[in-house]
Write a protein that binds this ligand. Structure first.
Ligand code: F6R
Length: 252
């Protein structure tokens, strides 16, 4: 586990965008695992900027997104497929046929989950998976639980997640109650995992996830044992780490 400290959200976004950009330059047809939410917006803006300046080429890149709300399709502006197109895909030269998001409108849960596992398998696995950290320690929509769910599955969203996502919807009733999400095995099998975390409100859960025990009650904690895991966190998110903990993890 490698922990990089960033001054603030913009600095975190640039550092993470550098890592993604290096991946694309070194392997132009790489498979990027992508996330939605507030955390990666700065990364997507930075990558779009570099694309516009001619510094990065996405023409051969393939992508798989972590998750999608059950019931929301591409015509719904709160769906994750819509988020990805409007915040990233529509602004770069990626072949949209090479982008994948679980299909929220497929009512056949079993079929959709095994289809998505097969999509990841057919791509040859994920080279670099980008993750945000949920307020309750979730990754993708792998919510705190008694066990780690391995493969793509449909999951009820916890109250903490519904509350956290409430800001994107007009009314609380509009927040979907279920999501399709990659499982822990899908994420852990990625060659590299990159997590970004910003803000004071994530400080306690960040410390619990990476300095506490590995447990499905804090799903992100499993990343402590990933073979190539990089965390980029800003100073506010790292504010619960003590001086000794920073020294131990070589955080400058
Ligand atoms: C998004 C996802 C979620 C978010 C997490 C953090 O695709 O899978 O796990 O990464 O909820 O969200 P933000 O970045 O909005 O704080």
């Amino acid at each position: 586990m490698r922990i990089l400290a960033a001054r603030d959200y913009d600095h975190m976004s640039r550092q993470a965008a550098n890592i993604i950009s290096a991946q694309v330059i070194l392997k132009p047809d790489c498979v990027l695992g992508l996330a939605t939410g507030s955390s990666p917006l700065g990364i997507y803006r930075q990558l779009i900027d570099w694309y516009q300046k001619g510094d990065i080429n996405f023409s051969q890149v393939r992508t798989v997104n972590l998750d999608e709300y059950v019931g929301l399709g591409e015509d719904n502006d709160q769906s994750y497929i819509h988020f990805m197109r409007s915040n990233f895909f529509d602004h770069i030269n990626i072949n949209q046929a090479n982008t994948n998001v679980p299909c929220g409108t497929n009512p056949d849960t079993e079929a959709e989950c095994s289809r998505y596992d097969q999509v990841i398998k057919n791509l040859g696995g994920i080279d670099l998976q980008l993750l945000g950290l949920g307020p309750n320690g979730h990754i993708g929509f792998n919510e705190p639980n008694e066990y780690f769910a391995m493969d793509t599955h449909k999951t009820p969203l916890t109250d903490a997640t519904i509350q956290a996502n409430r800001r994107f919807f007009e009314k609380e009733e509009d927040v979907p109650r279920y999501a399709y999400t990659m499982g822990i095995r899908n994420i852990m099998q990625a060659e590299k995992v990159l997590m970004i975390v910003s803000g004071k409100q994530k400080a306690a859960i960040l410390k619990e996830a990476f300095l506490g025990p590995v447990t499905p009650k804090v799903p992100a904690s499993i990343l402590q044992i990933h073979k190539d895991f990089t965390l980029v966190a800003d100073e506010e998110a790292l504010s619960a780490f003590t001086h000794e903990e920073r020294e131990k993890w070589n955080i400058e």
